[in-house]
Design a protein around this ligand. Sequence first.
Ligand code: UDP
Length: 240
Amino acid sequence: MTRQSFKRILLKLSGEALMGSNPFGIDPQTVADLAAEVKSAKEQGLELCLVIGGGNIFRGMAGAAKGMDRAQADYMGMLATVMNALAMQNALEQIGVETRVQSAIKMDQVCEPVIRRRAERHLAKGRVVIFAAGVGSPYFTTDTGAALRAAEMKCDALFKGTSVDGVYDSDPKTTVGAKRYETIGFDRVLGDDLRVMDASAVALCRDNDIPIVVFNIRQSGNLARVLAGEGTATIVQNEE
Ligand code: UDP
């Protein structure tokens, strides 16, 4: 399947994509810019699910490293993802994109719980569905949440927006001459520990044959370009 033939995709953004140039938190202008990217992706006729991390606000591992109980800290991290989801919902609706937020932790006053069949209806009606709170359990990440939702919503691909334009054989930020892969197999990513996403997320995508498209979300207009099969990205997929 080519990038152009995808009908339904899940877009995973790390929480840090929402910070802009700030060291933490939510920068409204950055969220507005991302929302505009999502809108133009939708205008290509795609059905869009969205998962946003929480690392711009709180990560459980960071809390645990400072002596907090890991599970307690992870629940705080999950709540951070709900804040990011609401910020993105606000930005999308301000530019006329209908959205629904579904959280893996129930909070009826704020958003819907995750209900797959209802999410299907939202997508059929042209709404963007933002899945929040990861898988709803501590000791997981939103990468795994994204892979899980991509599988249950039968997405054609998982688009992982990061600060680099693909998967490299070594860290391009520190290694001169690092080589970017056009495509790479799931097993290679896991075997070489290339850290595209968490191992559990990569394994879930491998087992359900969901390609992961890794691209740079920080370049303006890149999401639409990559979806159109242009621009720079790496596709992680099952190899023959
Ligand atoms: N988290 C969790 N279970 C999940 C998803 C997230 O416990 O299913 C917590 C975990 O503490 C994590 C934090 O929420 O560090 C924020 O998510 P993540 O680190 O995946 O955000 P990102 O790195 O994508 O911004």
